[in-house]
Write a protein that binds this ligand. Sequence first.
Ligand code: NDP
Length: 337
Amino acid sequence: MSNSDGQVLSVDEIHALVVDVLASNGCDAENASAIADTVASAERDGCLSHGLFRVPGYVKSLRCGAVDGKARPTLTRPAPSVLRADVNLGFSPLALAMTRPELIEVARRQGIAALALVRGHHFAALWPETEALAEAGLAAMAFTASRAAVAPAGARRRFFGTNPMAFAFPRGDRPPLVFDQASAAMARGEIQIAARDGHTVPPGMGIDLDGEPTTDPKAILDGAQLPFGGYKGSAIALMVELLAAGLIGEAFGYEAHENANPASGVQQSGELIIAMDPACFGDAAGWLVHTEAFFARLTALDGVRLPADRRRRTREVTLREGVRVAPALFAEIRGLL
Ligand code: NDP
């Protein structure tokens, strides 16, 4: 259905459209489907900055040869609880999907397992990786370092990536608790959307090239974003750099910035995922009852909602009614076929 407000597509139709676009631009079927999973789930959950909006970027990086759309990961095991996936300069979603079963298996066997993903390209939200692990009964954390975009607390120029981290905790028969947040005050995708649509952004999101505060998204994209919460968010960004770059031998934000492909602007990046089996930490019989009592007390407080509640509410609606895609974005994506 189409009208002046846009095209309404089912989540499956979005998936099929993304597969077609990627397949006609150099992805094989497995990579196209894995990327389409992340794009369609972002649209389904109302995370527009990591949905169809990203597809032109995927295509640009394929067309200029910066990313191998047919890559397969190479999995090694440097230590009993540590898996390492070399994405071989492909996109990360297929490597994540292919390595997840072994990560789950090792976490259940050892109690804790980590996956270091290197030499990949990650343009997506992080919650899908932690949510999938929590749905398998594991507590999970994920970190990815990205190209320099954020000024550390006190600095007047970019150095850290927007460096998101996600966390998920299993809740038995209930959907898991999941949060996923950039360490920048605002996701870069949101600032790009504001720039595209000609809106300002709230104060405190960024500074211009001279280091002066601004609400102009274009000036922030040229200058630097700011971390959330001042020096506290800056410390989280610092931690993400060390875990998703220093620890696993991948590029820090400033290195990714300096080494970005000149034609497409894309850069490879690392990701660290940690999975923990609550049954292996000494309270196998009681942890679920204990944590559910915690959630019951927490959600009884006035004004509290759990992270991921908004996403899940949006998901219920979009699965029933479809997703309305803005006409210009729909036309742009169809034009990539
Ligand atoms: P938001 O600030 O929108 O949300 C952060 C988290 O807070 C979400 O889990 C959200 O849950 C939760 N939340 C929001 N409001 C409330 C509330 N009132 N009470 C309780 N919880 C709340 O996300 P960001 O803008 O920081 O992150 C945007 C995305 O960008 C992330 O998905 C991140 O992974 C991605 N990203 C990816 C990068 C990459 O290199 N691949 C780089 C940088 C960012 P809910 O969703 O339910 O609202």
